[in-house]
Write a protein that binds this ligand. Sequence first.
Ligand code: ADP
Length: 453
Amino acid sequence: MNRISIKLATYFIVTVLIMESLLMVYLHQTIVHSRIDEEYSQLMSKGSNHREVLEDNFSDDTMRHIVLMEYGSERRVVIADEQFNVIIRSEGETKTVDTLLNRISSQEFTEDQVIEKNWKGEDFIASLHPYKLNGEHAGYVILFQSTDTIQSLVKKLNFHFMLAGLASLIILCLVYIILSRFLTAPLIRMKEATEKLSRGDFNVKLPSQGKDELGDLSVAIQKLASDLERVKKERIEFLASISHELRTPLTYLSGYSKVAMRPELTEEDRQKYLAIIDEESIRLTELVKNLFDLAKMNETSFTVSKQAFQSMPFFSHLYKRMLPSFNIKGIQLEMKSLENFEVCADPLRLEQIVMNLLDNALKYSPTGTTTSLEIEQKNDKTVIRVTDQGIGIPKTDMENIFERLFRVEKSRSREYGGSGLGLSIVKELVEAHGGSIEVKSELGKGSQFTIMI
Ligand code: ADP
């Protein structure tokens, strides 16, 4: 389940624990050693004081005085001759003192030194101070210090360090809870959201996460969900429109072919119906071709292979091909091209672009108007302008006309036909050439499409 948070918390806790343990051991050792060093140096300075007093005034009284001075303290003092025979000693436990004296009795010492350092294992630490009389080595002052204080200090320290360790563990646990709530919980929510998306359920609601990376990710997933939902909606609409578009000419075709088959029909009427059938089948073929083009462009398999060709022959040929349709509808088609120049484009695609624009001009212009096709060269670019005196496009629809399947008003499309695909194909083709398309239009007066390639 909560795998990310467990992983994160484990890494975090292990790292912090290792660091903390190292730090604690270091601190513990430093405190203990500095305290013990303090004890050693105190012992050494006390011992050397006693030695100096004894050397200055060697007498039984002085020795008693020294022993008396340590009375009530944690220290014991032993004054011995050079063979370690005890001359005088403090009262109290003697076993440990004797053991130590036995251990060192065979050695000779000439300088002050700590002779028992084992504060962990022994009841006492001890220092030894050789004293001299008349310049001759005469014996030793040996000072013992109980290790009780050090050991209780170490115990206290251990207890406090344990407390600190426990406290940091509790803090780490709290951090874990906070981490899983603020970091991993949103991640898990996002993971669940993406799983929901992959199941095809796009109704995803992620709470806003602030402005950090998690917030960005959440916004991206939310956007992905709404994009997918839009794509799904568009696909359904697209398919519905396609089926509608295919059904309309097919109904015409089957209806008119049935009528055309009637034996009582005059030859003239039959020709009329056959002409309609022909027209509709051309429209159907065109539509299927357009759809195929669009699909190809989406798959990005569509490529524009540019080549250089002369403008005059190309556009004149196109003009001649379109002219009869305009003539039939009683629309005048003019071609304005003053000079011949070199065009760099994909001729097939360019033909498709211009034909689509002329087709729209023809479709949306009434009889008796004029449509013009203007071609000129500007800054090494080819500018193609199709201007009509047709019904125009409402201002509110201007931005949408290049969208797939967009048609101005349903009633218009019923009247004029069309699938709402033409201009989207034109735009995609122009952009594939690296060019641009602009439109100016006034409702009731006409439209002008300008292409720059
Ligand atoms: P359609 O196949 O429906 O013509 P288009 O993508 O070519 O689809 O055009 C989109 C819409 O833009 C059309 O429904 C139409 O209303 C409007 N339109 C396009 N060209 C013209 C024009 N020359 N005059 C008036 N309206 C136009």
